[in-house]
Design a protein around this ligand. Structure first.
Ligand code: 13P
Length: 248
């Protein structure tokens, strides 16, 4: 049985003042829930997340990581630095990184490897654009993204990771994939992993992301291959995020 995971991705939102209320609200609101809960915050707020969430049942993490361990890479943040702030998770391959910052499949695989190497749990994002869905190449795109990581790190690496399916056309658009559309791709992802290792496929958690909110969370997470959510907008409102965690 895979325990559900709900991870908030704050993206580039927040301030010390706003975060203080949000962290406190989430901490109190999810106490006692059975789902695993995490928030992925902007780098400067990792210390605040660590201080505000230590001792709670909410884990924290970052939204990206360098593929390099250390060195002359101005502006980058290494996996070991994230560990210094108590992170458990780090998002790699988010579609916004892929489309705005040039993260290719190869770079994403290298970031995945760098995170895993220090013991962080990568939340590895895959997903097709609207154009790709309309061309009926969703399976091809998602498989290519998965294969890049499996080829570099081996299928066994997925045992220490979480996969997130985020259809790009559903992110921040209010347009959610239907439970059936999402389940279809989640099943395809699990089948691809099962081709190499059925045990790992059965255990790996696959989250759905893309306009998940209290009103649709329960139905999405009731699908057999949807093991939780990666939440953007609704993670910025404590009551909404808590309601999604409760649905999980
Ligand atoms: P929204 O929930 O705002 O659509 O964002 C989803 C997402 O990109 C989470 O990583």
């Amino acid at each position: 049985m895979r325990n559900k995971l709900v991870a908030g991705n704050w993206k580039m939102h927040g301030s010390l003042t706003v975060n203080a209320g949000l962290l406190e609200g989430v901490r109190a609101g999810v106490a006692g829930l059975s789902a695993d809960v995490a928030v992925c915050v902007p780098y400067p707020y990792l210390d605040q997340a660590e201080t505000g969430l230590t001792g709670s049942n909410v884990a924290w993490g970052a939204q990206d990581v360098s593929e390099h361990a250390l060195g002359a890479y101005t502006g980058e943040v290494s996996a070991a630095m994230l560990l210094d702030f108590g992170c458990r998770y780090v998002i790699v391959g988010h579609s916004e990184r892929r489309s705005y910052y040039g993260d290719t499949d190869a770079i994403v695989a290298a970031k995945f490897e760098a995170a895993l190497k220090v013991g962080l749990v990568p939340i590895f994002c895959v997903g097709e654009t609207l154009d790709e869905r309309e061309k009926s190449i969703t399976a091809e795109v998602v498989t290519r993204q998965l294969d890049a990581v499996i080829e570099r790190c081996g299928v066994a690496a997925l045992a220490g990771a979480v996969i997130a399916y985020e259809p790009v056309w559903a992110i921040g658009t209010g347009r959610t994939a239907t439970p059936e559309q999402a389940q279809e791709v989640h099943a395809l992802i699990r089948q691809r992993v099962a081709q190499d290792d059925s045990g790992i496929a059965a255990g790996v958690r696959i989250l759905y992301g893309g306009s998940m909110k209290p009103a649709n969370a329960r139905e999405l997470m009731a699908q057999p291959d949807i093991d939780g959510g990666l939440i953007g907008g609704a993670a910025l409102v404590a009551a909404d995020f808590i309601a999604i965690c409760a649905a999980a």
